[in-house]
Design a protein around this ligand. Structure first.
Ligand SMILES: NC(=O)c1ccc[n+]([C@@H]2O[C@H](COP(=O)([O-])OP(=O)(O)OC[C@H]3O[C@@H](n4cnc5c(N)ncnc54)[C@H](OP(=O)(O)O)[C@@H]3O)[C@@H](O)[C@H]2O)c1
Length: 251
């Protein structure tokens, strides 16, 4: 059963981030602390409403490209979770720049890498002491999303082995970098008992996925949470999963 005591998710004001918050609240054992991060809490109406009716939801201001906001968030989280640490970090926020070869600029590449790859890496680095703390609470249990884990929301178009249609330079390459970061973290954090895996949520009807996408946020995350629930031990770490079909995707 997926039952982390504390979860932190980036990009919770809309799309899959908001849906993550809703689905964690609906778990049989909802988290004691659900840190829902967004860039602009004042404009996050739906999230603020959820926080009003669910005391476990703490809305935190966080922009993954601004280290000072990450540092501030980690202090708030630390003061609340105390010795329990943080069980689950979900790097959900991202941007999609589909620029083709002619349209791609240095700035477009830099922006995509800042948000989609460097941001999640710095989140993992900054929250590492709290993730380690959580893992140390259950030294005899195998790695899992309830014990201590980093889940990176990736995308099928980041797969190098499955790329057959080209284009989308900023998006494909920044998410492929996120995949390598995921794989690397899974190796570096194995001895700490921290699981790290990438999940593709399917083509989803959000602002990013657009209206022609195949599935709703609800359907997508039902699958993603089911995959997360099954991730266990070394077998579950350093992988790239299709969150809806439940199969592995080739890197
Ligand atoms: N939807 C799909 O079909 C699909 C397919 C494959 C993978 N994914 C992945 O699933 C995840 C969620 O996607 P989505 O469809 O929910 O996207 P979305 O609807 O476009 O939402 C993106 C979220 O990321 C936030 N964000 C953007 N830049 C940020 C920054 N610098 N710091 C913090 N937050 C930032 C946005 O906040 P603001 O409102 O402030 O901009 C928003 O909350 C992403 O990682 C995406 O790549 C989605």
């Amino acid at each position: 059963m997926l039952s982390p005591k504390s979860v932190l998710i980036t990009g919770c004001n809309r799309g899959l981030g908001l849906q993550f918050v809703q689905q964690f609240l609906n778990l049989t054992s909802p988290p004691k602390y659900l840190f829902a991060c967004c860039r602009n809490p004042d404009g996050a109406k739906d999230l603020t409403e959820l926080a009003k009716s669910n005391s476990c939801v703490k809305v935190l201001q966080l922009d993954v490209t601004k280290q000072e906001t990450i540092d501030k968030a980690v202090e708030i989280v630390k003061s609340m979770v105390k010795d329990d640490g943080l069980n689950l970090l979900i790097n959900n926020s991202a941007i999609l720049d589909p620029a083709n070869l002619e349209q791609t600029t240095r700035d477009k590449m830099r922006n995509a890498f800042e948000v989609n790859a460097i941001g999640p890496l710095m989140m993992a680095q900054t929250f590492l002491p709290l993730l380690r703390q959580a893992a140390s609470q259950y030294p005899d249990k195998p790695m899992s999303c309830s014990k201590s884990a980093i889940i990176n929301l990736s995308t099928g178009v980041a797969s190098i082995s499955e790329n057959s249609s080209g284009k989308m330079y900023p998006h494909r390459s920044s998410k492929a970098a996120l995949n390598m970061i995921t794989s690397n973290l899974s190796i570096d954090l194995k001895s700490d008992g921290i699981l790290c895996t990438a999940i593709h949520p399917g083509w989803v009807k959000t602002d990013m996925g657009g209206p022609n996408a195949l599935i709703s946020s609800e359907e997508s995350l039902k699958g993603v949470l089911a995959v997360m629930e099954k991730l266990e031990g070394e077998e579950g770490s350093g992988k790239f999963y299709h969150g809806v079909r439940g199969n592995l995707i080739g890197w």
